[in-house]
Design a protein around this ligand. Structure first.
Ligand SMILES: NC(=O)c1ccc[n+]([C@@H]2O[C@H](COP(=O)([O-])OP(=O)(O)OC[C@H]3O[C@@H](n4cnc5c(N)ncnc54)[C@H](O)[C@@H]3O)[C@@H](O)[C@H]2O)c1
Length: 295
C-alpha cells in the first residue's frame, strides 16, 4: 500500500497518521474540526521531536514524515485513490456506521476500510455496506508511535485476502499484528477496562486515594502506569463507552460503569485531553497532580 486516509485527527488518528507517514505512506488526515487539525499537526511535530531526541528518527526523516501527511477538512477527490481507510472518529456506533456507509460511494471498489474502534462490533459496522469482505478492525494502542500492538479484528465476513493485506501493512509499519475474533471489547479492552473500572470503584469507596491506587499497581504489580493515570490517557469518555459496550454485549452487570466515571464524563472531565481527570494537567502536562475527591 502507498496511499491511505485516516479519518479523525484526535488522539488516535494523529498517532496512526504519524506512524504510517513515518514508514513512507502518503496519508490524508481528515477531520471535520479545523482547530483539531491544526492542533494535530503541532502534536505530531512535538512527538517526532521526542523521537529525534531518542535517536529513533532524524531531522530529515521528520521533514519527509510531515510532508507525507495532507491535513484536510474535506473528503475531496483524493480519497478516491487511497488503498486503505482507517476510521478513528468518536466511539459512537451511529456516527461510525454513517461514515462507513458514506465511504461506499467515495472510495474505489477494492479499497480496504478499517476501524480503530475499541469495542464496537466489526461485523455490525460493516453490515449493509458494499464491502463487508473488505472491512476489518485495526485496533491501535495509545500512544500509537510507542505501542507495538495492533489487534486485528476479523469480522464475520472479513475475507482472508483483507486480513493478509492488513497483516503485511501492520508489519511494514513496524507493529505486531495479533488476530482476534469480533467479540465485545475484543481482547485488550475486555481485560483492561474492568481493571480500570475496579480502580475507580476502589477510589469511590474511599479505600485509598488516586496517587496511592496508582502507586500500588505500579510498585506491586509492575505496571508501567497506574490504572487511573491510564484512564486519563485513554480518555474517560472512551473508557465509559467501552464499558457500556461490554455490559450490553455480555448482558452482565459486572461491566457496569462506576458512578464516579459517569459523573466525571458528564462534567466534561475526560482526562488528559481536557486537562482534568483523575489528575490535573493544567500546570505541567509531564507532572500531573492527583485530584482530591470528596468521597
Ligand atoms: N483514546 C484511546 O486510548 C484509544 C485507544 C484505542 C482505540 N481508540 C478508538 O479510536 C477512536 C478514536 O478515539 P480518540 O480517542 O482518538 O477520539 P478523539 O475524540 O480524540 O478524536 C475523534 C476525532 O474524530 C473527529 N470526527 C468526528 N466525526 C468525524 C467525521 N464524521 N469525520 C471526520 N472527523 C470526525 C473529531 O473531530 C475528533 O477530532 C475511537 O473509536 C476509540 O474508541 C481510542
Amino acid at each position: 500500500m502507498k496511499q491511505i486516509a485516516v479519518i479523525g485527527a484526535g488522539t488516535m488518528g494523529l498517532g496512526i497518521a504519524h506512524v504510517m507517514a513515518q514508514h513512507g505512506l502518503k496519508v490524508i488526515l481528515i477531520d471535520l474540526n479545523e482547530k483539531i487539525l491544526t492542533e494535530s499537526k503541532k502534536i505530531i511535530s512535538i512527538n517526532i521531536d521526542r523521537q529525534i531526541r531518542k535517536g529513533v528518527i532524524n531531522e530529515e526523516q521528520k521533514k519527509i514524515t510531515l510532508s507525507n501527511i495532507l491535513f484536510t477538512k474535506k473528503f475531496n477527490e483524493s480519497i478516491k485513490n487511497v488503498e486503505l481507510v482507517v476510521e478513528a472518529i468518536h466511539e459512537n456506533f451511529n456516527l461510525k456506521k454513517k461514515l462507513i456507509k458514506d465511504l461506499d460511494s467515495m472510495c474505489k471498489s477494492d479499497v480496504i476500510i478499517s476501524s480503530n474502534t475499541s469495542s464496537l462490533s466489526i461485523s455490525n459496522l460493516a453490515d449493509g455496506t458494499n464491502y463487508p469482505d473488505r472491512f476489518v478492525g485495526m485496533h491501535f494502542m495509545n500512544p500509537v508511535p510507542i505501542m507495538p500492538l495492533v489487534e486485528i479484528v476479523v469480522g464475520n465476513n472479513t475475507s482472508q485476502k483483507t486480513v493478509d493485506s492488513i497483516i503485511i501493512l501492520t508489519k511494514q509499519i513496524n507493529k505486531t499484528p495479533l488476530l482476534v475474533k469480533d467479540s465485545p471489547g475484543f481482547v485488550a479492552n475486555r481485560i483492561l477496562l474492568p481493571m480500570i473500572n475496579e480502580a475507580i470503584e476502589t477510589l469511590s469507596q474511599g479505600v485509598s486515594d488516586v496517587s496511592s491506587i496508582d502507586q500500588i499497581m505500579k510498585l506491586g504489580m509492575g505496571h508501567p502506569m497506574g490504572p487511573l493515570r491510564l484512564a486519563d490517557l485513554i480518555g474517560l469518555d472512551v473508557c465509559l463507552s467501552v464499558l457500556k459496550v461490554l455490559e450490553k454485549g455480555f448482558g452482565d452487570k459486572k461491566y457496569s460503569p462506576n458512578h464516579l466515571l459517569v459523573k466525571m464524563v458528564e462534567e466534561g472531565n475526560l482526562g488528559c485531553k481536557t486537562k482534568r481527570g483523575f489528575y490535573g494537567y493544567d500546570k505541567d502536562v509531564k507532572n500531573p497532580y492527583p485530584i482530591k475527591f470528596d468521597i
